[in-house]
Design a protein around this ligand. Structure first.
Ligand SMILES: [Zn+2]
Length: 222
């Protein structure tokens, strides 16, 4: 982290105290979670597989302990959550030796983004990109229609739900590039698989995936 960035976080924290995104306790300006929550979060220590994705990583297992931090972002109150997840992702990506040309955040439908004011995957991606000094390209992949929430669907329904839901802008900028897709939660990986598929069809060299949290126990019908 640059000295200027750390300084600015300290100054901002004087006016808006930094809070743990899980329990809301006030924490240090450059802290991610409070010590107690940090010690209770479950690390995701392996790789997971998604079709057409070279390596997929996540710093945390998705469970009831970490879910308040995810809901904060989905509810429009990001707080310290994007910073906390961005920092954790940056460390995980570094230790997995993932080297890419740019980051693509998983897009949400434009009308949803207008309502919410931002895309939570993009907020996390920007923090990750800033720390790792990798460009974040939110203009490459966009979602062209509304889809049903993935969590309501079975694995096969998820694939149909997303079929053709994403499009690529600037195809020439994708060719021969190593691309990292970033999202907040990864359950079955269907969303990332769909994006990886169109990027591969556009000539990408290789696709990687990093999600803030990975679900470990999935429903039996998935
Ligand atoms: Zn806490």
């Amino acid at each position: 982290m640059s000295a200027l960035y750390v300084f600015l976080r300290h100054i901002t924290a004087l006016i808006y105290p930094v809070r743990c995104p899980v329990c809301n306790k006030i924490i240090g300006a450059t802290d991610t979670f409070c010590d107690k929550c940090q010690s209770e979060l479950v690390k995701y220590d392996s790789y997971f597989t998604i079709p057409q994705v070279k390596k997929s990583v996540a710093p945390y297992v998705y469970n009831d302990k970490i879910s308040p931090a995810i809901f904060l972002m989905k509810d429009g109150i990001g707080g310290n959550a994007p910073y906390a997840f961005g920092k954790a992702l940056a460390e995980t990506i570094k230790s997995a030796d993932i080297q890419v040309d740019f980051i693509v955040p998983v897009p949400i439908y434009s009308q949803d983004q207008c309502r919410r004011g931002y895309n939570q995957a993009e907020l996390i991606a920007k923090e990750t990109g800033r720390i790792l000094k990798i460009k974040v390209r939110s203009d490459i992949v966009y979602k062209n229609r509304k889809t049903r929430p993935q969590k309501e669907l079975t694995k096969s329904q998820r694939k149909i739900n997303l079929k053709g839901a994403f499009s690529v802008n600037n195809k020439s900028e994708v060719a021969d590039k190593r691309i990292l897709i970033i999202d907040d939660i990864c359950t079955t990986g269907s969303t990332v698989a769909e994006i990886a598929d169109i990027l591969t069809k556009c000539g990408a060299d290789s696709i990687f995936c990093a999600c803030a949290c990975k679900t470990v126990f999935e429903r039996k019908n998935l």
